[in-house]
Design a protein around this ligand. Structure first.
Ligand code: TYD
Ligand code: MG
Length: 474
């Protein structure tokens, strides 16, 4: 007699790996949490999916894309990240930490589409219709054309979608959905995957764009279901410190456009507003000659943006001094502190160090290394950097400065905002080109950069201006 096949498998809650037997960790991604029992992907699911794409094969040359099909949405910044508007039938995942503004952005998008005379279905498993109404009053639209549904059963949701046929559908959030066909709890990998699949099947079959909100965990990954990122067409990440006003919308995956684009928003009393000239906003309170402050032109996607990095050092009362990184990577700060101690000779071993990016932005680029190091040294020496200057360069472990990409764009932005000097790694050489009105200063090492940029005291030819802070020379 043939053995009956197991109906369940064990799933990793992080990467979705399936195993026929239970294990205490995931052999695929190495996650140390035990696998959770869930149903095997059923055959009917596959047949249902195939039914929606029952076209015969077409030659590529016979396929005529229609750019006009994209629907522009409320904000230019959102359209930019989507690649010029939303494509019919696309499944867009709006990911972000709780409280960052996903529901606000989605409701504003719904409000805009409804104001053009189209019908929007807004499904919320998190908020009641009453709460959404309060929010829409605050955002300042009447709500005509927006149909609300407080429902968490995905099959019911699909039925309502099929029945009402909106021009845009929004589901907030995917973690609150469930289907009775799967025994595991709401928000588990199996549930989230199956619910997203059912929504996707509907969206593709009816060519309706569908936005789903998804929460991310503290470490920035989508809660549980990485599988979701593979499934959807577009993954947008809304980032920013909840307490600060600025939000960055990043395209992490886009089947219909570039992932190099970012949108910049500001959270205010009437929801999110786009920020059209972010550099000047971020630098509006900028004072020349501020101690512990350095400016750097970063690139957010393909967009140059001038940001101010501030550092504060203060004598520590703890045996192990604290390092606090707001907006930059913590490990990067530890690395720069180590380079400043060992290669430059600054005594930071008894100092607490706090680094902050003004405006609450999060920066990932190594091109900001020099600016962070300059800000720390400036605070330690209690002397401002030379006025009107920006610093660019990645710092290596031996204290050398490395070149950064797309210099011309960054220099243009610095020049536009009135900066007159730029510190660059010597290795940049001819590549720097040059921008009118900006004097270029080249440095081979971080140590040399500090000497050039912190001219606070008179320097004799033989003595190092930083000697008094030297702990040990290497
Ligand atoms: P929300 O969209 O609910 O976040 P998410 O869906 O990502 O969890 O937004 C939450 C925050 O936004 C909340 O702390 C209040 C703030 N907010 C404003 O500052 N102004 C506004 O007009 C709105 C609607 C929200
Ligand atoms: Mg929400």
């Amino acid at each position: 007699m043939p053995r009956e096949r197991t109906r369940t498998v064990f799933l990793c809650q992080t990467c979705g790996h399936e195993s026929p037997k239970w294990m205490g960790f995931c052999p695929s991604c190495g996650d140390q949490s035990p696998l959770v029992e869930g149903p095997r992907g059923s055959r009917s699911t596959r047949q249902g999916w195939l039914a929606t794409i029952s076209e015969s094969p077409r030659e590529l040359s016979q396929v005529f894309p229609n750019e006009q099909e994209r629907t522009p949405l409320a904000f230019g910044e959102l359209n930019r990240v989507l690649g010029g508007g939303v494509v019919p039938g696309s499944l867009v995942l709006m990911a972000g930490e709780p409280g960052v503004g996903k529901s606000t952005l989605l409701l504003q998008t719904a409000g805009y589409v409804a104001s053009t005379g189209s019908k929007v279905l807004y499904v919320s498993g998190e908020e009641s219709a009453h709460q959404i109404k309060l929010r829409s009053d605050r955002l300042g639209f009447s709500g005509q054309g927006i149909y609300l549904l407080s429902e968490t059963d995905v099959d019911e949701v699909v039925q309502h979608l099929e029945h009402s046929r909106p021009a845009l559908a929004i589901v907030d959030s995917v973690q609150t959905l469930y289907t009775q066909d799967i025994p595991s709890g709401q928000g588990s990998v199996a549930q989230v995957r199956e619910c997203a699949l059912r929504l996707m099947r509907w969206a593709k079959a009816r060519a309706v764009p569908l936005f789903i909100a998804g929460h991310v965990t503290k470490d920035g990954t989508l809660a549980g279901p990485r599988v979701l990122e593979h499934m959807v067409d577009v993954v947008l990440h809304l980032e920013g410190e909840t307490l600060s006003a600025y939000r960055i919308l990043r395209g992490d995956k886009n089947r219909f456009g570039s992932t190099n684009e970012v949108g910049i928003f500001q959270m205010g009393g009437k929801g999110l507003e786009e920020v059209l000239d972010p550099s000047s906003v971020l630098l509006s309170q900028h004072r020349n000659e501020a101690i512990g402050s350095a400016n750097v032109p970063i690139l957010e996607g393909s967009r140059p943006l001038l940001v101010e990095i501030q550092a504060l050092t203060s004598p520590s009362i703890l045996a192990v001094p604290r390092r606090i990184a707001n907006g930059i990577d913590y490990n990067r700060l530890l690395m720069l502190t180590a380079v400043l101690s060992r290669r430059v000779g600054l005594n930071l071993s008894n100092q607490d160090i706090i680094v902050n990016v003004v405006g609450g932005l999060r920066i990932r680029e190594p091109a900001t290394d020099v600016a962070v190091a300059l800000a720390i040294a400036s605070s330690l020496r209690n002397a401002p950097l030379s006025p009107g200057m920006v610093g660019l360069g990645e710092v290596g472990l031996s204290g050398e400065l490395r070149t950064v990409p797309q210099l011309q764009r960054r220099l243009n932005e610095a020049s536009r905002l009135g900066f007159r000097r730029c510190l660059l790694p010597s290795a940049t050489g001819e590549d720097a080109g040059g921008v009118e009105g900006i004097e270029l200063i080249f440095s081979p090492t971080l140590s040399d950069a500090l000497q050039q940029c912190l001219p606070g005291r008179k320097v004799s030819q033989t003595s190092d201006p930083l000697d008094e802070f030297v702990e040990e020379r290497v």
